[in-house]
Design a protein around this ligand. Structure first.
Ligand SMILES: N[C@@H](CCC(=O)N[C@@H](CS)C(=O)NCC(=O)O)C(=O)O
Length: 197
């Protein structure tokens, strides 16, 4: 089984963290690829050209982080990373943290375009979305724990984009979230998957 990733993708990072937390490192080969590259090896597997991509032993090509994490979790059901319907609050956190990540990812992509191509409207939309969600997590931070659930992994991966988006500056205004994040980030699975920049 093979997991394709790029070192700086926050989505691929979630899948890589899940591999470690589920003790699947021995069963899954991790292959670094390029994206937005017509010569990428990834295109031989997945026409979307997106990471993460999981090529399973039974010949399936899985895209989309949550779908991949559900599959990985089935390989080691003793550890529960992905929340099911009996854990509705965790599902709530999964959804809100992945909305935060999607929004920040759009924002990061926007500021990486040439200045004259950037849309101030999109940047403002994503900035205010991120601030609303960060306010939410600061308020409920006493309900965040340190267990490696998909919700927490996704939130940490989104917050980890601070290195790519200094404009976000979430640490200054969200002290409780900062404490939660700094402790969670000490997990070996987060340490070995730290973005390169
Ligand atoms: N909705 C997807 C998003 C994955 C995604 O956008 N990955 C980015 C890297 S962060 C990518 O592969 N981009 C390549 C491209 O845009 O062609 C998921 O949940 O996995």
């Amino acid at each position: 089984m093979k997991l394709f990733y790029t070192p700086n993708s926050p989505y691929a990072r979630i899948a890589r963290i899940a591999v470690v937390e589920l003790s699947l490192s021995d069963r899954i080969e991790i292959e670094k690829v390029t994206v937005r590259d017509p010569n990428s090896n990834l295109l031989n597997y997945n026409p979307t050209g997106k990471v993460p991509t999981l090529a399973t032993d039974d010949g399936f090509i899985l895209s989309e982080t949550r779908i991949i994490c559900v599959y990985l979790n089935h390989l080691n059901p003793d550890i529960k990373i992905v929340a099911d319907i009996s854990h509705a609050f965790l599902q709530q956190l999964e959804g809100i943290s992945s909305g935060l990540l999607d929004g920040i990812a759009v924002w990061v992509r926007e500021i990486r375009r040439e200045r004259h191509e950037q849309s101030p409207g999109i940047i403002e939309l994503e900035r205010s979305r991120a601030l609303r969600v960060l306010n939410y997590f600061e308020k409920i931070s006493d309900q965040l724990d340190q267990t490696p659930k998909l919700a927490h992994i996704t939130l940490a991966s989104a917050l980890g984009l601070e290195t790519r988006l200094p404009e976000l500056q979430w640490r200054q205004n969200y002290p409780k979230l900062t404490r939660w994040y700094d402790e969670f980030s000490e997990r070996p699975s987060l340490q070995v998957t730290k973005p390169e920049i």
